[in-house]
Design a protein around this ligand. Structure first.
Ligand code: NBY
Length: 829
């Protein structure tokens, strides 16, 4: 271990010969060798999946070369590093992304063609790595791509769940969850590091021990589990830099446990050991709120403890004391989920490294930054004190001590305002005494980031108002972004080629601001024609998928109107469905001769409901029930179709987004912290139908109100509208469509009753009724524009042209400069 420079590696720098070659015949030989020696199939007989495996291994070999060079370079330069701690990463597939970022996708495609395979087809053999729920997790994945591309010395740390986010199966219109045992067919993108392991301890007691004439705390843990590293190389685009996403898996500890073996119950002793693995077995599928489950807390500490041992070990490799720690290490907390890291750093520095409390605290205050992804106070994590005390007794003491010092300081600043002191305390007293993880993260971080400008305003004026008044300098925001590599280059290759052709360069793939150059061409008739052609081909691909998935045939001349995201009341899929019911009702009640005026629509909805979220499950069922009725009504034909796309994930998004004409981002204003789906659609030239919420407010600033369809109550109006309760005026059309559902027009009358109750009689918290009228108007405006294809195409081009600000490259640069204080460290060749 650790013998990197053993055999004069230094001398080998610059010897490019050692690298694998990427000409077609070398690639072919490479693939066939992997078929034979890695996949262990005959090179004369192998199927698509085996070809994918061999191809993936061939790409992986090239990744590993760059990855080694990058790690060696980082080690040599010893720059300040950013450690990105996240419980969730939604990476999706890796093959195309890696081959494209390495710059050898086309060479592979050519090499494969001669062997009788198609790159695209093989790429589809890969399953998604779905180690996350939704926006937060996909954001982490986009940010890793930007960190690598922009040459930052970065590490991602997370958990290697054996079961990713559940697979959604729709039976009779209801959601069913199936386990996602994604490692079943192997995972060529990870490298198991059997020697990179750390013990992680749980339970036990804390005792006082004599030390240097004083006392010190010693934690005597009750259980030890081993964390094993799995490294996932993340290649940058247009650079050699390839960074590491290190995911931890739990394994039984190697420590010899004589006691249980001596009792003679060998079989049970072995079986008990296997229980350790449950820690990293399954991702919690709820993206709403904290559940207070022991397993979840164990997962959090497991991943935090292993990551910090690794980070501190790396630091100590080249530093003899902790003086330089804050100059060399930045720790980013992706939401509160990893915030036990704060107590863990204190514990390691004080109890194990024997730094004094004050010196340790000084270090902690300089290294942590925290980003929150929610606007809802109920979305903030709370850990019951009893649970923490039993699982991590020493950490509870440390948190109490941090809180004591902090409250004493606070009293000096704000006096004895007990209400405020208790609101701001890290410890919440009450029926269930608990630790407020957000308060812990705010107190101990130097920066608290929001994910869009309006989100940040809400944090400052509502959610974390008390803290903002105390420490205004801590509060900032970095508007989210997505990577154009995945969301244009990988998922929409024909649009990508078209953009490069018209800009005369591929440089926008690394420098996305160049997309603005399309603005000048937004009225160019030749570009319009090519643009429409690309979009049409993408729609045909999507139409084929829809037919294969659901048996519904759709016409590509209809407007494809898409809403794909997790199902939530605040995201208002129900508003969309009720709007579709209204459209259906209008068509049914029209004179036959008037039907020619209807602009044909294909409405596409997709998304998963958290398993315990009953209302969200009902929304899925309602969508399917309405679809069943509409799609089988001969009166309607091609004028209206509704499709629920099952098992929405990253790969499905890659297929659906390039084929969408219109996409919906229609959360009740003030509820979506940012939203990132909208940015992916925008880049792909899809028009947005949206409320002025989250990042949409900033999208408006970039592309202008005229280039999108906006509607709905504004954020500042929402509280007063809610106050009105049952007296709030609601349009008749709304009452009518809800009545249709209530009366069983789509069947399942009893089942949908509670759903209807949620939006009527003063219960309409998310203001569906209030916003319905303006929603329909925005939809009508979209119809009207769609008929004018010239105008639509111009708006579409301007959407792509105006999307540059929403690249995660910009977000990451802001974090690097303003929050983390890190600089690029580019591998020289
Ligand atoms: O993060 C989302 C926000 O809703 C969205 O507006 C934003 O664009 C995105 C990226 O900043 N939040 C989100 O996806 N949250 C979760 O997935 C999540 C997962 C787990 C838990 C809570 C939320 N949890 O408590 O375990």
């Amino acid at each position: 271990r650790g013998g990197e420079t053993r055999v004069g590696v230094e001398r080998m720098f610059g010897l490019m010969d050692r690298f694998l070659k990427s000409d077609p015949s070398s690639l072919q030989k490479d693939i066939l060798d992997h078929v034979e020696y890695t996949v262990a199939r005959s090179r004369f007989s192998f199927d698509d999946f085996e070809a994918y495996q061999a191809l993936a291994h061939s790409v992986r070999d090239r990744l590993i070369e760059r990855w080694h060079d990058t790690q060696l370079h980082f080690k040599k330069k010893d720059p300040k590093r950013i450690y990105f701690l996240s419980m969730e990463f939604l990476m999706g597939r890796s093959l195309s992304n890696s081959a494209i970022n390495l710059g050898i996708r086309d060479q592979y495609a050519d090499a494969l063609k001669e062997l009788g395979f198609e790159f695209e087809v093989l790429a589809e053999q890969e399953g998604d790595a779905a180690l996350g729920n939704g926006g937060l997790a996909r954001l982490s994945a986009c940010q890793m791509d930007s960190l690598a591309t922009m040459d930052y010395p970065a590490w991602g740390y997370g958990l290697r769940y054996q079961y990713g986010l559940f697979r959604q199966v729709i039976l009779d219109g209801y959601q069913h969850e199936q386990p996602d045992y994604w490692l079943n067919f192997g995972n060529p993108w990870e490298i198991e590091r059997v020697h990179v392991t750390y013990p992680v301890k749980f339970y036990g007691t804390v005792e006082d021990e004599n030390f240097n004439g004083g006392k010190r705390k010693v934690w005597l843990p009750g259980e030890t589990v081993e964390a094993v590293a799995y490294d996932n190389p993340i290649p940058g685009h247009g650079t050699r830099n390839t960074i590491t996403l290190r995911l931890w898996a739990a394994k039984p500890s190697d420590q010899i446990d004589m006691e249980s073996y001596n009792t003679g119950d060998y079989i049970n002793a072995v079986v008990n050991r296997q229980r350790a693995e449950t820690i990293s077995s399954v991702l919690f599928p709820d993206d709403r709120s904290y559940q207070g489950k022991e397993l979840r807390l164990k997962q959090q500490y497991f991943f935090v403890s292993a990551s910090l041992q690794d980070i501190i070990r790396r630091f100590k490799d080249s530093h003899s004391n902790f003086d330089d720690f804050p100059e060399k290490v930045a720790l980013q907390l992706n939401d509160t989920h990893p915030s036990l890291a704060i107590a863990e750093v204190m514990r390691v520095l004080v109890d194990e490294e024997h730094l004094g409390w004050n010196r340790a605290w000084d270090i902690v205050c300089k290294i942590f930054s925290f980003t929150t992804h929610t606007v809802l106070p109920e979305g903030l994590e709370k850990v019951p004190v009893d649970l923490l005390e039993s699982l991590l007794p020493r950490h509870l003491q440390i948190i109490y001590d941090i809180n004591f010092d902090y409250i004493e300081e606070l009293k000096k600043r704000i006096g004895l305002d007990y209400d405020r002191l208790s609101r701001m305390s890290i410890v919440e007293d009450g029926a269930i005494k608990s630790i407020r993880m957000a308060n812990l993260a705010i107190v101990c971080s130097h920066t608290v980031n929001g994910v869009s400008r309006v989100h940040s305003e809400l944090l400052k004026t509502r959610v974390f108002k008390d803290f903002y008044e105390l420490w205004p300098h801590k509060f900032d925001y970095k508007t989210n972004g997505v990577t154009q590599r995945r969301w244009i280059v990988v998922s929409n290759p024909s649009l990508s080629a078209l953009i490069s052709k018209w800009l005369g360069t591929e440089a926008w793939i690394r420098d996305v601001d160049l997309l603005a150059g399309l603005q000048e061409q937004a009225a160019n008739a030749d570009l319009h024609e090519e643009w429409r052609m690309v979009r049409k081909v993408n729609k045909m691909r999507l139409a084929e998928y829809i037919e294969a998935m659901s048996g519904v045939k759709v016409s590509v001349s209809a407007m494809f109107d898409v809403q794909i995201k997790r199902i939530h009341e605040y995201k208002r899929q129900l508003l969309n469905i009720l709007g579709i019911v209204h459209r259906y009702d209008c068509i049914k009640n029209m004179e036959k001769s008037d039907r020619t005026k209807v602009v044909p629509r294909v409405c596409i909805i997709g998304g998963k409901a958290a398993p315990g979220y009953e209302i969200a499950r009902k929304i899925i069922k309602l969508c399917n029930a309405v679809a069943e009725k509409i799609n089988n009504d001969p009166d309607v034909g091609d004028l209206l179709k509704l499709v629920f796309i099952p098992d929405y994930n990253v790969s499905v998004a890659e297929l659906v987004i390039p084929g969408a004409d219109l996409s919906q981002h229609i959360s009740t204003a003030g509820h979506e912290a940012s939203g990132t789906g909208s940015m992916k659609f925008l880049m792909n030239g899809c028009l947005l139908l949206a409320t002025e919420d989250g990042s949409t407010v900033e999208i408006i600033e970039e592309i202008g109100k005229d280039n999108m369809f906006l509607f709905g109550a504004k954020m500042h109006e929402v509280p007063a509208l809610r106050e009105k309760g049952p007296t709030l005026k609601v349009p008749l059309q709304f009452a009518r469509v809800v009545r249709m559902v209530r009366d069983g027009y789509f069947g399942f009358q009893d089942y949908f009753e509670s759903l209807c109750d949620k939006v009527e009689g003063g219960n309409d918290f998310y203001l569906l009724g209030y916003d319905f009228q303006s929603y329909l108007e925005a939809q009508a405006a979209a119809d009207k524009t769609f008929v004018d294809q010239e105008k639509w195409t111009r708006m579409s081009i301007l959407s792509t042209a105006g999307s540059g600000r929403f690249s995660s490259d910009r977000t990451i640069e802001e974090y690097a400069e303003k929050t983390w204080g890190i600089e690029p460290c580019r591998c020289p060749f």
